[in-house]
Each structure stands twice: as structure tokens, then as C-alpha cells.
Design a binder for this molecule. Structure first.
Ligand code: FMN
Length: 402
């Protein structure tokens, strides 16, 4: 069975639902751990008022008994904490247009129909595609609130990977024009780096360079005061991976391609790279490729390839990067057009963050965890965790003789 997940839910709806299918039975699932991942997504500077309201907590509806997976679909529910305030606007049972309702919502600062699309969001393209005269019908689902449901799925993938000896982490490298001192790619093999990455959960911007982080914080503050927003870059890393995940034989089995798609699917991510990424384009091959040596097992003295060659894991740490555009909702809104009158208008403002790069890094960890868990299950199969572990052990023994 292929590992897969689906999510459902609107940003201001009753809640978000995630259904995960294909996890083996016998996997310990900790509710605390899932909630911890959800709170990592919400933590950090640059987030708006909503983060203070939300404090996401998951309820497991099915597929787990006494903290252990059953092999059946796992359904997770994350209720939206401010559903009651939004029920009048978002209730699935309300008639389409209720003018008294809309007047009341406007009076309370809750908008009725949204008719001025925000540049940079799915509002206009989605409205045209689905023929909606209320752009809320697009923006509610396009909102990155949905990434909470992905992080919940990712938490289950992480639980599986942890059993297989795989660890994941992330760090912010740039916010706007402020850049942190980036650590060398080889350092992702060291315990010291991983201790530092774990410690970043306490850091306001998930940035290990504290001098740069202070500058980043003031840049965000400045952007907030100007009604503006900031983007940036981050790295996601994983270590403990077995060589041989993914494949060179077909375009859609290459793990680099699959990971890039997973990261690209996060709203605002505009570029993704592996290892050296774009930097490799300007260097000669002799300074890019990682020489191979053998010390009882195959090792690389460098890791410019970021743990992938030919779309297959090499066994070196996986190192991916991603760049985010500044988020599109601006408190000093850009010019737009009202969709009924076609008149010029300032874009509508929804409650919004200023900078989401640290949160996106946590979402990216979840997406990477998902793709890696999928790749493990494809290669080693198993309806039970025990079957999967045995098959991995046999493979590792075979590699020792290669
Ligand atoms: C964790 C996270 C939180 C986000 N929060 C906001 C937000 O508060 N306001 C906003 O305008 N965009 C936010 N975004 C970005 C939008 O979701 C994204 O830009 C939009 O869906 C359009 O997608 P595209 O930029 O990939 O074209 C957030 C993105 C992420 C990953």
C-alpha cells in the first residue's frame, strides 16, 4: 500500500482534517509529539495575531489504539479555535447571501463577500477558475492554515523515520536582505550541528547566527511598521538515511524531483535546491563533485551533492534549501481591481503575518519527512513496523558486502 495523505478544511472553518493511509501497524504514535510539531509551526517572531488564538491541538479519530498504529487509516482533527467567531461567515449550512448577516459581519470587522483580490494570492486566479463572486471561497482553502494539517501528517512520518534512525531539522539562513553565516555542508554529519539544530526550537527565527538573528528581528519589525512583509531562505536536513532511497530509472522516481515538488507545494516557496544548489553552476566540476573513499563503508569527504546522486540517497546527510517570496497580504495594500465593477481598489486585507520563513521551515521538515517515509515504505514495504525493520536490516547487511 502506497503511503498517502489527504487534508480537508478551510482557514476559518470548523477545523482541519488529515487522513493518513499506509502507515504500518505497530508504530508508537504520541499525541504529545504531534502537538509538539504543531506548536513548532506556530512558534516564532514575525507571526500575526492568529498564532496567539490558535494553539493547535490534535485529536486522533481513528487508526490508533492505546498509542499504537493499527495499519488502518489514521484520521486527525485540528479544531479551529476561533470557529465560533467565524461560524456565521463559514457555516456550511448558511444560505449563500444574507444581507443582514453581511452587514453584521462588516460591523464586527468580519467581512462578508471578498471582491478585491490580493496580488500574490490565489484569490483572482482561483476566483476565475471556480467562477466565484466571493473570493473568500478561494482564499479560505488557499491559506497556509492548511499547512497545520500537513505538519500533523509529517509528525506521523517522523515517528516512523525516528524508528529507522532518521533525524530531521531545519534552520533559517536569510530574512529579507539579512544573511546568517551559513555552516559548511559537511557539518550536517556532526552531532554538534544536530544539537544546535534542536536548540533552534527556542530561537525566535530558527537562526543559529545570533548576530544575524538580531538584525533579522529588526528588519521584520521595520517591515511590520511599514505594513510590508519579508521573505527569506532556509535549509532542511535529514541524517541517518540508508543509501538507495529513490531511483535513477524514471523521472518520477527520482527522489530529488519528489522532494522538490513537496517543498515547492508550500505557499510562498519560489525556489528549491539540493546541496550547493545554484552555487554549483558557477564552479568548475573539480570543486563541486564529492570524491568517494572507503573506510569499511563508502564515504564522501564533502557533501556538495546534499546527499543525493542520480535521484538516489547516498547515505550522506540530505541537505535541501528553499527560498520564500515575502508573503502577499500587506497592511499597506497594493493596487487591485474590484471584480464586480472592475474599478481600481486597494487589495483587501486579511489578518496576516509579516514573515513566515521559520514556520515554513517547520512545514518543510514535515514535507521532507513525508517523502522520505514514503520512499522507505516503497523500498522496504511491510504491513507491520517489525516487517519493515527486518527488511531494512537485511538490506543493510547486503550493503556491508558491497
Ligand atoms: C506557514 C505559512 C504561513 C503563511 N501565512 C501567510 C499570511 O499570514 N499571510 C499571507 O498573505 N500569506 C501567508 N503565507 C503565504 C501564502 O500562503 C502564499 O503566498 C499564497 O498561498 C500564494 O501561494 P504562492 O505564493 O506559492 O503563489 C504563508 C505561508 C506559509 C508557508
Amino acid at each position: 500500500m502506497r503511503l498517502r495523505f489527504l487534508t480537508a478544511g478551510e482557514s476559518h472553518g470548523r477545523g482541519l482534517v488529515t487522513i493518513v493511509e499506509g502507515l504500518p501497524s505497530g508504530l508508537p504514535i504520541s499525541l504529545e509529539e504531534v502537538n509538539k510539531q504543531l506548536s513548532r509551526r506556530q512558534w516564532g517572531a514575525g507571526r500575526g495575531g492568529r498564532m496567539k488564538i490558535e494553539r493547535d491541538q490534535v485529536t486522533i479519530l481513528s487508526g490508533v489504539r492505546a498509542g499504537v498504529s493499527l495499519g488502518s487509516p489514521i484520521a486527525l482533527l485540528i479544531p479551529n479555535k476561533d470557529w465560533e467567531r467565524w461560524q456565521k461567515v463559514m457555516d456550511p449550512q448558511l444560505p449563500g447571501e444574507d444581507t443582514a448577516q453581511i452587514a453584521e459581519d462588516s460591523r464586527l470587522g468580519r467581512l462578508g463577500k471578498v471582491t478585491i483580490p490580493r496580488p500574490g494570492h490565489a484569490d483572482l486566479a482561483g476566483g476565475m477558475k471556480y467562477n466565484q463572486d466571493d473570493l473568500r471561497n478561494i482564499l479560505e482553502r488557499a491559506s497556509a492554515r492548511e499547512t497545520a494539517a500537513r505538519v500533523a501528517a509529517g509528525a506521523l512520518a517522523r515517528a516512523l523515520l525516528a524508528r529507522l534512525g532518521v533525524q530531521l531539522g531545519s534552520e533559517v539562513l536569510e530574512i529579507g536582505s539579512v544573511a546568517a553565516k551559513a555552516r559548511p555542508l559537511t557539518s550536517y554529519s556532526s552531532d554538534e550541528t544536530w544539537q544546535e539544530l534542536e536548540g533552534l526550537d527556542q530561537s525566535p527565527l530558527r537562526c543559529a547566527d545570533k548576530t544575524a538573528e538580531r538584525e533579522m528581528l529588526s528588519a521584520i519589525e521595520q517591515a511590520r511598521e511599514n505594513g510590508d512583509s519579508l521573505g527569506g531562505t532556509f535549509r532542511v536536513a535529514a541524517r541517518g538515511l540508508v543509501p538507495g532511497l529513490g531511483s535513477h530509472v524514471h523521472w518520477d522516481r527520482r527522489l530529488d524531483g519528489r522532494l522538490a515538488q513537496a517543498l515547492m507545494s508550500i505557499g510562498s516557496v519560489k525556489a528549491v535546491w539540493v546541496g550547493l544548489g545554484k552555487e554549483a553552476a558557477s564552479l568548475p566540476g573539480s570543486r563541486v563533485h564529492d570524491p568517494i573513499s572507503y573506510h569499511g563503508e563508502y564515504v564522501r569527504e564533502s557533501n556538495n551533492a546534499g546527499g543525493l546522486e542520480g535521484g538516489i540517497t547516498t547515505g550522506e546527510p540530505l541537505i535541501l534549501g528553499a527560498a520564500l517570496k515575502p508573503i502577499p497580504t500587506l497592511y499597506q495594500p497594493l493596487e487591485s481591481v474590484e471584480i464586480k465593477t472592475h474599478r481600481k481598489a486597494k487589495a483587501q486585507v486579511e489578518r496576516s503575518d509579516t514573515c513566515v520563513v521559520p514556520a515554513a521551515a517547520v512545514v518543510a521538515e514535515a514535507m521532507v519527512a513525508w517523502v522520505l517515509a514514503e520512499a522507505y515504505l516503497e523500498k522496504f514495504g511491510g504491513d507491520t513496523l517489525g516487517d519493515l525493520e527486518s527488511s531494512l536490516a537485511v538490506y543493510r547487511r547486503r550493503l556491508r558486502d558491497y
